[in-house]
Design a protein around this ligand. Structure first.
Ligand code: HC1
Length: 574
């Protein structure tokens, strides 16, 4: 520890930290629009400027290192005036549709403008960029709202290890975009949406399908089926001011019903189904000698990463469609048949914590018998917006159940959204299947937790098997490099976002300037809610899901049957 002085008060701070962190740790809420601890220290927005004794110019606190005896001032006329002017300059070229903006009241620029007392009027509003949207099926970029904080660039490069964005052009013509100003869909972007979480304004947002979903809900000729991903029940509460990790499954079901969806189901059902297929696929590959390692395929960001950077491992990907796609395919075949509806009159909406799921739903591979499996994907944030538009307050809704039969799930499905959850669920079933009874070890806590790469060796069918789990694209690449070097694994789970789906790019964005939602600790609080759900379930192995058993009895035959392969499996090509 060293001693420095903030506004003439001596404080003890960690050596090696910066002035911004030192101030925040001592109760001074210094504003910043670009800084994100451990991710972005660009010093580009200049909003965090402070006065440093002995320095002629004001200095950006986020890039100024602390030192023994350093004396800084955060609250002088000079600092206040300069911060206000910096923000006014940002506003002078910023799109001013604030009242109608999707990030209104959750926009860091808006909050900081209020905080520093910035005023329009002093400087003319001369937007450099038209509010022209660069769209693709998953993310929308609006340059008229970009403040060039470069958080998107840093998150993509430093957190995910991808590096799609860089600054293009010079001076006030600068934009942060993929090389040659390509659309993100045409770059090596994996669609994970971590840039959307990091963006302080609405320059990066999900491609919204709210209007399209309202449209089909109103259309009496359509039967609209909604499925919610495992992560949603432990995260949508944040949008309604509940503590992180609060599980609201029953209130969520009540909300979906009141929004007007015709069938209220959960992707968790299909997660159980995926495990039955994938565990069988694994045992089959183990017996037949490969291709191994079998690599999970439910994270669409990971699939895109594999296609861009590791195409030689495409044959290793599980042929199982993701639970979301399996669900859609089964809804439009088995369920449509069951309720006597033509598949063309059924619309499947997925509520996902993920922006890449929007990309996945639009992939040409994701069709069954000519019908698209999933028609629209909404993020957690979009569902919360729809609920607000419909005057629904999650906190005051009654507790209701999901519909049956596609709304039932075991505890194994609930943990899918946490890193290691798919592996744990698959191993629970694989162990039980190979022991010939629904017994065997139930919890595999070695797959849980925050370590970026988790490796475990287990005995299965008298054979030692090596299992690997990686979360976050950066760790995925590290693990895949090891596999490329010849390291042996039998089964690998990869999730493109740190923490797994709980950390997806469609999840709630806090208005906390420290961006806790980007940290593994915050994401693991969401995961804790899901592990508690699993712990309290009577059935905790996917193959014990009686609704899944019934689907096989009534429709699919057995796992990996011809019909199961037609409906539930796919192939990726280089
Ligand atoms: Fe996921 Fe999955 S767990 S990919 O993270 O396998 O998005 O929640 O729905 O499909 O079930 C996401 C979550 C989700 C799929 C499942």
């Amino acid at each position: 520890l060293i001693t420095m002085f903030i506004n003439d008060e001596p404080v003890q701070v960690d050596r090696g930290t910066n002035v911004l962190e030192a101030c925040r740790a001592n109760g001074y809420d210094i504003p910043s629009l670009c800084y994100v601890k451990n991710i972005n220290t660009a010093g580009s927005c200049r909003v965090c400027i402070v006065e440093i004794e002995g320095s002629r110019n004001l200095q950006a606190a986020c890039v100024y290192p602390v030192a023994e005896g350093l004396r800084i001032h955060t609250n002088t006329n000079r600092v206040r005036r300069a911060r206000r002017r910096v923000v006014e300059l940002l506003l002078s070229e910023h799109n001013r549709e604030c009242t109608a903006c999707v990030r209104s009241q959750n926009c860091e620029l808006q909050q900081i403008a209020h905080k520093v007392g910035a005023r329009y009027g002093k400087l003319a509003n001369q937007p450099v960029h038209e509010p022209k949207l660069v769209k693709n099926p998953f993310i929308v970029r609006d340059f008229s709202k970009c403040i060039k904080c470069r958080r998107c660039e840093a998150v993509c490069k430093n957190l995910q290890g991808i590096g799609v964005f860089s600054p293009l052009n010079r001076g006030n013509e600068t934009i942060i975009a993929p090389a040659f100003q390509r659309n993100m869909a045409d770059a090596a972007c994996i669609a994970c949406g971590q840039c959307v979480l990091a963006c302080p304004t609405a320059s990066l947002t999900e491609r919204s399908y709210i209007d399209e979903v309202w449209q089909v809900i109103e259309d009496s000729t359509k039967h609209v089926v909604v499925q919610t991903a495992p992560a949603i029940q432990a995260s949508i509460g944040e949008e309604f001011n509940l503590p992180v990790g609060t599980v609201v499954s029953q209130k969520l079901a009540a909300a979906l019903r009141r929004l007007g969806f015709d069938s209220i189901f959960s992707t968790d059902f299909a997660a159980d189904l995926t495990i039955v297929e994938e565990a069988n696929e694994f045992l089959h590959r183990l017996e037949k000698g490969g291709p191994l390692p079998l690599i999970s395929s439910c994270s669409p960001g990971w699939i895109k990463l594999c296609e861009h950077f590791y195409p030689e491992f495409i044959p290793n990907l599980s042929t199982c469609k993701s639970p979301m796609e399996m669900f859609g395919a089964l809804a439009k075949t088995y369920y449509a048949e069951k309720i006597g509806i033509a598949p063309k009159d059924m619309v499947v909406v997925g509520v996902m914590p993920c922006t890449a799921k929007k990309f996945e739903a639009a992939r040409p591979e994701m069709k069954t018998y000519g019908q698209r499996d999933v028609d629209y994907v909404l993020t957690t944030r979009e569902l919360a917006r729809m609920m607000r538009q419909a005057d629904l307050d999650l906190n005051k809704l009654p507790e209701e159940e999901f519909d049956q039969p596609l709304g039932f799930s075991t505890g194994a499905a609930n943990i899918f959204a946490a890193s290691g959850g798919v592996m744990e669920a698959a191993i629970r079933t694989a162990v039980a299947l190979t022991e010939g009874k629904a017994m065997g070890r139930l919890e595999f806590k070695e797959f849980r937790g925050l370590r970026g790469i988790k490796e475990v060796t287990l005995a299965l069918q008298g054979q030692e098997i090596r299992l690997g789990v990686a979360h976050g694209a950066n760790n995925a690449r590290k693990l895949m490099e090891r596999v490329k070097q010849g390291e042996q694994f039998h089964f690998i789970e990869i999730m493109a976002c740190a923490g797994g789906c709980v950390g997806g790019g469609g999840q709630p964005i806090t208005s906390n300037p420290e961006k806790p939602e980007l940290t593994p600790e915050y994401r693991s609080e969401r995961a804790k809610g899901l592990y508690a759900l699993d712990l309290n379930k009577e059935l905790r192995r996917s193959h014990e899901n009686q609704a899944v058993v019934k689907v096989y009895q009534e429709y699919l035959g057995e796992p990996m049957s011809k019909k199961a392969k037609e409906i539930l499996h796919t192939h990726y090509t280089v």
